[in-house]
Write a protein that binds this ligand. Structure first.
Ligand code: FE2
Ligand code: FE2
Length: 485
């Protein structure tokens, strides 16, 4: 679509947004598209570099930002669809220059430079672009765009405050060459202050035309390596003890942070999927990160810290990986990046398999035991642990719907048959349940050593929680369902 680059200014410095070349569409439509591209690119950049953040609070923050980015995009898309052309205004090509800008920011020499490139330079320029528009647009005619931008600017302000806090903890000066390269690309985009005409090849999603790869292993918080493997003790007592189930849910939720760290790859590695998928995955990812933080927050209520209980990866191969856990400053140099390895992009088949396995097996399979825990914690007088359960159950109901909704498209993308997915889900849940029960039977044959340090630690955790907030039904709560997997 041709646009004029030269703004038409009124005597009071306001910019007129009518362009005869655009017919009934004000120039705002093209601005909204450019902004949407940059916001989506920022989400991809945050996903691309997100697995390098080691500390718990930073994981919580950047996972939230993945969702915030989706919310910024949602606001821009909603406004775009309100102009003549309606939903046909969405997903239109934008200038390739924006892709070059995003890729330059993505290809940072180190993780710490990427943090500055993303949050300080690119996010800063984008915020300036919004402010410039708000100052120059007609405050009455275009008030809905201005209102949407105000909401987005307040999100950017939160991200800026997070960066300030992060930089106080990890001081760093951006690589001058990298900064200059981004500034050059920004200048080529007119400082993001005007709509960019689409000439020739349009922009592809950020990163797809680069050799950027996500780290194979996510970073873990310093000092969070588990000292004891408490899961075998929890598994053994799960059906019989409501105290064990309370410990399990706090710790089990904490470990869901692992899923959010992996979902960063789902987002980055599916650039060809429709925006609605990324919107749902962004919420799903944030929810899993919140479940991690929710479990941890409940443990903290009992005085149990991450360093005490440990943050066990789901992936057994990561447990004893050399160097794990790692701290953020270790990724400040270019040589440190290979420490976490590089992963090949998730294939369409792998993305289908993981969405199937999380949605149709793990999430669907846990509802019954979660409901039992919710009831038992209430009956035992621990309403805060019950509260943790119910908010999770609410989120999980939506997550299972995401699986039902997206598996057909993911199957088509991977060229596989999805027709019997419900049956396969039921079969896989049953298979895992049987395998888990067999494993428990085998474990029960082994004599439990009373002086096993892991067992003593597990008993100690139960005692701490009991002392802090006893469950009134500890002795009377009937046996419940076994863990489903
Ligand atoms: Fe969850
Ligand atoms: Fe979930």
């Amino acid at each position: 679509m041709p646009t004029t680059d030269t703004p038409v200014a009124t005597p009071i410095g306001r910019e007129v947004l009518v362009d005869p070349a655009l017919g009934s569409k004000p120039k705002t439509v093209v601005r909204l598209r450019d902004w949407e591209y940059v916001e989506r690119a920022l989400q991809r950049l945050i996903a691309g570099w997100g697995r390098y953040f080691a500390e718990w609070e930073d994981k919580v923050a950047i996972h939230r930002q993945i969702w915030e980015q989706a919310e910024c995009v949602r606001r821009l898309r909603e406004r775009l669809a309100q102009f003549p052309g309606s939903i046909h205004n969405l997903d239109q090509p934008v200038a390739q220059q924006l892709e070059l800008l995003a890729n330059t920011v993505l290809l940072a020499p180190t993780h710490q430079d990427a943090v500055d490139g993303i949050y300080q330079v690119l996010n800063g320029a984008l915020t300036a672009s919004y402010l410039h528009y708000v100052e120059h647009a007609h405050p009455v005619h275009d008030a809905p765009t201005v209102a949407a931008l105000h909401e987005i600017i307040s999100v950017k302000e939160q991200q800026r405050l997070w960066l300030r806090d992060y930089r106080r903890r990890y001081p760093h000066t951006i690589d001058p060459e990298y900064r200059a390269a981004i500034k050059r690309e920004l200048a080529a985009c007119g400082g993001l202050l005007q709509a960019l005409p689409v000439e020739g090849q349009p922009a592809a999603p950020a990163g797809v035309n680069t050799d950027f790869r996500l780290p194979a292993r996510p970073a873990y918080p310093a000092g969070s390596r588990s000292k004891y493997q408490i899961m075998p003790c929890i598994d053994a007592d799960f059906t019989q003890s409501v105290e064990t189930r309370r410990l399990f849910w706090c710790y089990g939720y904490l470990r869901e942070m692992n899923l959010a760290m992996d979902q960063l790859c789902w987002i980055y590695d599916s650039p060809d999927m429709p925006w609605a998928f990324h919107q749902d995955i962004a919420r799903h990812l944030w929810d899993e990160s919140r479940h991690g933080d929710s479990g941890y927050s409940r443990l903290l209520d009992f005085g149990i810290t991450l360093r005490d209980i440990g943050f066990q990866p789901y992936d057994e191969a990561l447990v004893d990986a050399p160097g794990m856990p790692l701290a953020a400053p270790q990724f400040a140099t270019a040589d440190a990046i290979p420490a976490l390895g590089r992963r090949d992009p998730t294939t369409p088949q792998q993305l289908y398999d993981v969405v199937f396995s999380i949605g149709m097996v793990a999430e669907t399979g846990h509802f019954a035991v979660k409901r039992e825990a919710y009831e038992d914690f209430q009956a035992g007088g621990d309403l805060e642990s019950a509260e943790m359960m119910i908010f999770d159950i609410i989120d999980e109901s939506a997550h299972v719907q995401y699986a039902h909704q997206w598996l057909p498209a993911l199957a088509a993308r991977a060229n596989i048959d999805n027709s019997d997915y419900r049956e396969r889900g039921a079969q896989e849940r049953q298979r895992r349940q049987e395998a888990h029960l067999r494993q428990l039977e085998e474990a029960a044959q082994q004599p439990r050593a009373g002086d096993d340090p892991a067992y003593l630690f597990y008993q100690q955790l139960l005692a701490i929680m009991r002392a802090q907030h006893p469950l009134s039904n500890a002795a009377t709560c009937p046996p419940r369902s076994p863990k489903p997997m």
